[in-house]
Ligand binder design. Structure first.
Ligand code: NAP
Length: 468
């Protein structure tokens, strides 16, 4: 029998999910000097690139340009993309095991963390993750409606997603028009009534999770002033001590920018971003719509792990508001027949090897990368070393990977199966055609692209191009 990973018996790997972590895993597999690898990447959407397409803010085109790197990986002759094919629906886990030596789950974190406070689900209170999907033309979210008739909005959370949501709400039509924001979102935001957006951090500005370029962008908005009260930008003694000790470069830059915002004269722009710190929501109030939010003032205390935590005081404040975006992090969801850690929202793993919590044993042939491996943190680039780590484990395991019937371990047998289940699957070359079409549709309106936002629309457009 030829050795697995040789030219005669290539190592066949299925990657589930085509976001950054999946592509970095494919890249790491192709970089193996002594192993021939064939990669099939599956995505339930016809379009690849995960959060690069569906998460990165439309006004951040530079970040999106990382997709060129993924195109390069996809050009490897040993790479195939099966878009519009869903694990658990169009193909099962058992079928993947029958055709591949290894499976890498790269499905990200597909839902939002809950606040767990009364009123969280009142109309007018939305998870930021849904708003992000909506303005980015993600098919799952394109039909959602957000009540943009309200004048006042609160964004809960101090991460970069909260910054994105706040900035999109605060941007002018002209600023948004230059981006690839979904066309229906552009239209809805054109008539958006929101003028006051309050961002709430449960800790102080020195503990904020956002990064400095995002904070600075607030100060560059055409139609919005940034309002930071001096007491919010002041460092309390505990923060000051941590600040002096840790020299966290991001926190230092953020505090400088905060100082600048405190002293900047407030103009008379149409909209205002208010940044409040050390406030936690305790209840969202209203009868059949959000009407107000009740907050508690926090103080910082040193937690058991030495980090600064928010502790509620007995000071409360209720502010009238009609729109709430809850932006306190993403959360992973379980996959059929794959172990899952409900509390952490991740697939239990040891450096990327999937572990069965019932037996504490490795699940043979299963691996995990990205947010579903380590939780929803880090920038796109963080996924590269994370995927390399997992691929190193997989390669180390080559000799003990589960055997696959040689007749099923062929590219043709999978192709046949997928064609029978999902004749309208989308290959990478199909995607490149769609990509070009979106870009040329955008050119007419001097926009980077006009995104397709429904799956039938994408499949129809592809059929038309192919039949032309
Ligand atoms: P995140 O960075 O983890 O931020 C979550 C925020 O929610 C933190 O401020 C956190 O405060 C707060 N929070 C958590 N639980 C809370 C509660 N119960 N009440 C009030 N506040 C609460 O998450 P994210 O913004 O969703 O971003 C996810 C990842 O994507 C991050 O790594 C982010 O940097 C990245 N991302 C990057 C970009 C970019 O590079 N431009 C854009 C978007 C997202 P504590 O700090 O006190 O826990």
């Amino acid at each position: 029998m030829p050795q697995l990973g040789s030219a005669e018996a290539p190592l066949r790997v299925a990657i589930i999910g085509s976001g950054p972590s999946g592509f970095y895993a494919a890249e790491a597999l192709f970089r193996q000097p002594d192993t021939v690898v064939m990669v099939d990447m599956f995505d339930r959407l016809p379009t690849p690139h995960g959060l690069v397409r569906g998460g990165v803010a439309p006004d951040h085109p530079k970040i999106k340009s990382v997709s060129k790197v993924y195109d390069k990986t996809a050009a490897n002759p040993n790479f195939r993309f099966y878009g519009n094919v869903e694990l658990g629906k169009d193909i099962s886990n058992a079928e993947l095991h029958a055709h591949y030596h290894a499976i890498i789950y790269a499905v990200g974190a597909q839902t939002d963390r809950r606040l767990g406070i009364p009123g969280e689900d009142l109309p007018g209170s939305y998870p930021a993750t849904e708003f992000v999907g909506w303005y980015n033309a993600h098919p799952d979210f394109r039909d959602l409606k957000f009540d943009l008739t309200q004048k006042s909005a609160v964004v809960i959370g101090n991460g970069n997603v909260a910054m994105d949501v706040t900035r999109i709400l605060a941007s002018s039509y002209e600023e948004l028009r230059k981006t690839d924001i979904a066309d229906y979102a552009l239209e809805a935001l054109r008539t958006c009534n929101v003028v006051d957006i309050t961002m709430l951090g449960r800790r102080g500005p020195a503990q904020a999770a956002y990064t400095n370029p995002e904070l600075k962008e607030f100060g560059e908005l055409e139609e919005a002033d940034v309002i930071v009260r001096p007491e919010d930008a002041a460092l309390d003694p505990l923060s000051q001590a941590a600040f002096d000790k840790e020299h966290d470069a991001t926190a230092e830059k953020n505090m400088k920018t905060m100082e600048e915002y405190v002293h900047r004269p407030v103009g008379n722009k149409k909209k205002r971003i208010h940044m409040w710190f050390l406030w936690s929501p305790v209840e969202i109030l209203g009868t059949d719509h959000v009407e107000a939010i009740k907050l508690v003032k926090n103080e910082l205390v040193v937690g058991a792990d030495g980090s600064l935590k928010a502790r509620a005081t007995d000071q409360f404040e209720t502010i009238p508001v009609g729109l709430v975006f809850r932006s306190i992090g993403y959360m992973g969801v379980p996959l059929a027949d794959v172990p899952f850690d409900q509390r952490g929202g991740v697939i239990p793993n040891d450096h990327g090897r999937v572990m069965d919590p019932a037996t504490s044993q490795q699940v043979p042939g299963e691996y995990v990368v990205g947010w579903i491996k380590r939780g929803p943190s880090g920038i796109i680039g963080t996924n590269k070393p994370d995927s390399v780590e997992t691929v190193n484990m997989l390669i180390e395991d080559t000799a003990k990977l589960p055997a696959v019937n040689p007749a099923d371990a062929t590219p043709e047998s999978v192709e046949q199966l997928i064609k029978s289940r999902k004749p309208d699957y989308v290959s990478y070359s199909d995607w490149l055609l769609l990509d070009q079409l979106e870009q040329s549709n955008g050119q007419a309106q001097e926009r980077p692209r006009i995104k397709f936002s429904t799956i039938p629309e994408m499949i129809d457009a592809l059929a038309k191009i192919k039949n032309a």
